[in-house]
Design a protein around this ligand. Sequence first.
Ligand code: NAP
Length: 286
Amino acid sequence: MTAALIDGLALAKQLREQAAQRAQVCLAKGRPAGLTVVLVGSNPASQVYVRNKVKACGEAGIRSQLIEKPETLTESELLAIIESLNHDPQVDGILVQLPLPKHIDAHRVIEAIAADKDVDGFHISNAGALMTGRPLFQPCTPYGVIKMLESIDAPIWGSHAVICGASNIVGKPMAMMLLARGATVTVCNSKTRNLEEHTRRADILVAAVGRANMISADMVKPGAIVIDVGINRLPDGKLAGDVDFPAVSQVASAITPVPGGVGPMTIAMLLVNTLESAERRLHITT
Ligand code: NAP
């Protein structure tokens, strides 16, 4: 079997075009949709992610503001910035780029963001809302995965989904989203014994661990849909996912590549979340 490619770049492009149309509706209602990104320190990967987010906003007609602060920023100074953004009527979404410097408590910072501007969907209220089936903002990466599965009409209802990785930003919300759509979900973590016994039972396999090529072809059920969230930098500088793409694509029925898979979808879903927030504030019904 040669798997069909789920093209995240093409799907993200479509979503970004739709986002641009929605941004025009916001503008016509009185003001642009607005996202503020806060970056503390000079982590090179974070700088790239932040620049990509700001650029994507600009291309979609969303007003973006980047607040860059040095590594020496104190937690109380960061909390004061968030407090002022919470009250700024031009700001529909607030995103604090993670990781934060060690002297700042990331949990406290995320909880300080107004839940109705938390376009990352990491606030405890948004995590709880997702868990109880009434989501406000859904974390962008797993939300993008759901859009990818929908784009190929994946039969989620009644399927067995296995997620490798249980982080708050990917694995756990992914589990909630799949469960809400009728999947039977297994979530694996670093303590899981005999991982391959779980992965081999998956109709839908999501790899979100952060270990290059750890999912080999013999860990995948023939015909499974395989979603690779992992982004790993190899010693030669190239990017690799968590899935051994050449081998697994001979076994799976559909697969996402890295790069060009889940990554572009994450940014597209950030635009979608920001527009949902702006539309709520501008009383635009969609
Ligand atoms: P994370 O916070 O480091 O979490 C990794 C998870 O994997 C943890 O739950 C960990 O288990 C689990 N794990 C570690 N070794 C394992 C093993 N051998 N078998 C099964 N599970 C194992 O990472 P993350 O933030 O979720 O990110 C995961 C990957 O996705 C990274 O490569 C990251 O770069 C990528 N990512 C991509 C995007 C995108 O836009 N494409 C967005 C976010 C993240 P424990 O809970 O036991 O520690």
